[in-house]
Design a protein around this ligand. Structure first.
Ligand code: FAD
Length: 289
């Protein structure tokens, strides 16, 4: 049975979910089939939903919708498509949301998207505009993005939190955070959110690190602190992929365990379309229960 975000996150336990992305350059669908094989493995851990990214500007919109359909029909997993409003006309936004509703989708992650060169905006300049529209004109639950260390365009965390509260006031049901490695930053973020009256579930985003290069890339793309000891360890073994994977799994498992102990409603994993590292983390957490 399809569930809304409210229903999913009102359970009395920590639920898990995954983010996947439509594979690039996949004309014959081979990469997508591989992704579904990985998801079959990850399904064993009973995810509450799988979110599917959307290329800002709609570059992979059809592929995203195809994956959303397959998640429902082949794997019987609740999909949560992402959608970005940058460079999207009102007509396109309306028809995309209507299509999702007709497919039986219940939940959508409403985003602005990064602003590429030459981008244009319709009346939807921010994710908050999209949330308002979804809540007034469609029967969909809306999740939004949150940034425990502040969004990269924001002058400060406080400024960013002000706009996060604005999105929540427009009707967002759940916040999914950008990946982070330092739980203390997340716990401070939770406190600051509570202080300004944000009372919806805040779901931490966790990335299992599997390579030093990937870690470098992520930290360049977004504002995220990597604890010095973890960074040193990964850097020391950067040419030994098995050791990096082991260190990454161990780190993420400990990070998740602390979050679960703190009572988070859910953990959203950035899978990068792979199951191996994440299976290691989830196996390790389950063993410790
Ligand atoms: P907004 O909420 O609009 O915020 C953007 C910036 O503007 C922030 O600095 C904010 O403080 C400020 N702001 C917000 N509202 C206002 C306002 N009304 N007036 C003035 N300033 C305001 N990108 C993709 O392209 N595809 C994806 O599928 C995707 N998935 C993501 C999933 C998660 C969980 C996260 C955390 C991010 C994802 N992103 C994705 C990246 C995201 O699109 C970028 O971080 C983007 O730059 C901001 O999107 P947003 O929805 O947070 O924007």
């Amino acid at each position: 049975m399809t569930k809304t975000l409210k229903e999913i996150y009102s359970q009395d336990k920590t639920v898990i979910s995954y983010e996947i992305f439509p594979p690039k350059d996949d004309e014959n669908g081979e990469k997508e089939d591989k992704l579904f094989n990985e998801l079959k493995i990850l399904k064993n851990f009973n995810p509450a939903l799988v979110s599917v990214t959307y290329g800002a500007g709609g570059s992979n919109a059809n592929q995203s919708v195809g994956i959303v359909k397959r998640l429902k029909t082949e794997l019987n997993i609740e999909p949560m498509p992402h959608f970005t409003c940058v460079s999207s006309s009102f007509a396109n936004i309306r028809s995309y949301m209507t299509n999702l509703e007709q497919l039986g989708v219940k939940n959508v992650l409403a985003l602005r998207g990064d602003i590429p060169e030459g981008a244009y905006f319709s009346d939807f300049r921010h994710a908050s505009d999209l949330v308002s529209y979804i809540k007034s004109d469609h029967k969909l639950s809306a999740a939004v993005a949150g940034y425990p260390e502040g969004h990269i365009d924001s002058s400060s965390l406080e400024e960013d939190l002000k706009w996060l509260k604005f999105k929540v006031d427009k009707g967002a049901d759940v916040i999914f955070t950008q990946l982070f490695f330092d739980n203390s930053k997340f716990f401070i973020f939770l406190e600051l959110c509570a202080k300004i009256g944000i009372a919806i579930p805040i779901i931490p985003g966790i990335l299992p690190v599997t390579s030093f290069k990937q870690l470098e890339k992520m930290t360049n793309l977004c504002r995220v602190t990597v604890p010095a000891k973890f960074l040193e360890k990964i850097e020391k073994y950067k040419d030994d992929s098995a050791s990096v994977r082991e260190i990454g799994v161990e780190f993420a498992a400990a990070q998740c365990q602390e979050l679960i102990n703190a009572g988070v409603k859910g953990i959203h994993f950035y899978t990068l379309n792979k199951s191996a590292a994440l299976s290691g983390i989830l196996g390790s957490i389950l063993q410790r229960f």
